[in-house]
Design a binder for this molecule. Structure first.
Ligand SMILES: NC(=O)c1ccc[n+]([C@@H]2O[C@H](COP(=O)([O-])OP(=O)(O)OC[C@H]3O[C@@H](n4cnc5c(N)ncnc54)[C@H](OP(=O)(O)O)[C@@H]3O)[C@@H](O)[C@H]2O)c1
Ligand SMILES: [Zn+2]
Length: 335
């Protein structure tokens, strides 16, 4: 089979190479899927750029890709899936036996990790991590869900967002950001999204209730409105932490899941404690939450936004488009 592998931690588009590898065979509990689509996440880009502690040079070539969607080609005897099933992988890997796993939710597992290997024609996956896909959902739409939409959904739940709430989302044009905007709407909340790009703002206005275009923190606070939001979804960190704090009302909840704009949370302490706010960390979500999102998307509660699809041999270009911020919603490789 062909895979798009990171052969060097440089680039993109350099560093991504099309390689031939042996077809996988299923171990106990595994299924092999013919991958029809696998979306990009910034997590993959961190690895390719050498900014992830996960991968060392001696593990190259490395096949990334958290979110394969496809058709079961073969399954081990103990796997509860059948050849021909349309499926979507939940990338979560939890041990199932540690105290945090037993207590739940599963994304609190002490050795929590993620599947990698979707940028390939075939993927060997844990069969019990496969979610059935209704025909109403294309593979390209489905692969948008497991990381970006699941993370945003879990963040909204963690912030206890309900109908009528106002949610602030800086960087609202990418995977997690746009998912947050759409899913806030599914919950009956209103959203305020920001972007630095006038052209992406034009598209964002179709989804968010309010759009603020700008880069300067003071402009973002003024545009979104000080003390105006009940919750904030922060996948950027850095100075956006303080921006979220200022846009939120007293007692608001900020959920942090990423570090695109900084390795630390830059938050002034006095406004933080005086405003009685909370800042909580969040990573991924649970498999039942993903199954719920699949149902909601299949029912038409929201349409996962796929900006562009790329052939497997154009995976490097896809990463270059992500790096230059030339994407609205999700970028998807279709092996
Ligand atoms: N903890 C978890 O479980 C989890 C799961 C998923 C993602 N994440 C993290 O969440 C973040 C977003 O991931 P993603 O896949 O959604 O990424 P993405 O699609 O590349 O996000 C693009 C968005 O980020 C904004 N952006 C990019 N670079 C920026 C910068 N330097 N300063 C300000 N805004 C910037 C863009 O703004 P413009 O519109 O202005 O271009 C755009 O709105 C990443 O840090 C990722 O690692 C964490
Ligand atoms: Zn565990």
């Amino acid at each position: 089979m062909r895979v798009a592998a990171f052969s060097e931690l440089v680039g993109p588009p350099e560093g991504v190479e099309l390689l031939e590898q042996d077809d996988p065979t299923p171990d106990a509990g595994e299924a092999i899927i013919d991958v029809e689509a696998c979306s990009l996440n910034r997590h993959d880009l961190w690895i390719l750029q050498g900014h992830s502690a996960m991968i060392e040079g001696d593990e190259l070539p490395f096949v990334s890709g958290l979110d394969p969607a496809g058709v079961v080609r073969e399954a081990s005897a103990d796997a509860h899936v059948s050849e021909g099933d349309r499926v979507l992988l939940c990338a979560n890997q939890a041990c199932g036996v540690c105290d945090r796993c037993r207590e739940g939710p599963e994304n609190h597992c002490e050795s929590f990790s993620l599947y990698h290997g979707g940028f390939a024609e075939q993927a060997a996956v844990a069969a019990d991590r496969l979610v059935p896909l209704p025909d109403a959902l294309s593979f390209a739409e489905a692969t948008a869900l497991p990381t970006a939409y699941l993370t945003a959904w879990h963040m909204l739940k963690k912030a206890d967002v309900t109908a009528g709430d106002r949610v602030f989302i800086p960087g609202a044009t990418g995977g997690v950001g746009l998912a947050g905007v759409q899913l806030a709407g599914v919950l009956g909340a209103t959203s305020v999204g920001t972007t630095t790009s006038e052209s992406k703002a034009e598209r964002l206005r179709d989804f968010a209730d309010e759009v603020v275009v700008g880069r300067d923190p003071a402009d973002l606070v003024a545009g979104a409105g000080e003390n105006s939001a009940d919750a904030a979804l922060n996948h950027l960190s850095g100075e956006f932490t303080n921006v979220c704090g200022r846009v939120m009302r007293t007692g608001g909840t900020q959920i942090v899941c990423g570090r695109t704009a900084g390795e630390s949370l830059d938050q002034l302490s006095a406004p933080f404690f005086l405003s009685q706010q909370e800042i909580l960390g969040s990573t991924m979500g649970t498999q039942p939450e993903l199954a719920r999102l699949v149902d909601l998307a299949a029912e038409g509660a929201f349409d996962p936004v796929v900006d562009r699809t790329y052939a497997l041999d154009a995976t490097g270009e896809a990463f270059a488009d992500m790096e230059t911020r030339d994407a609205f919603g999700k970028l998807v490789v279709t092996p």
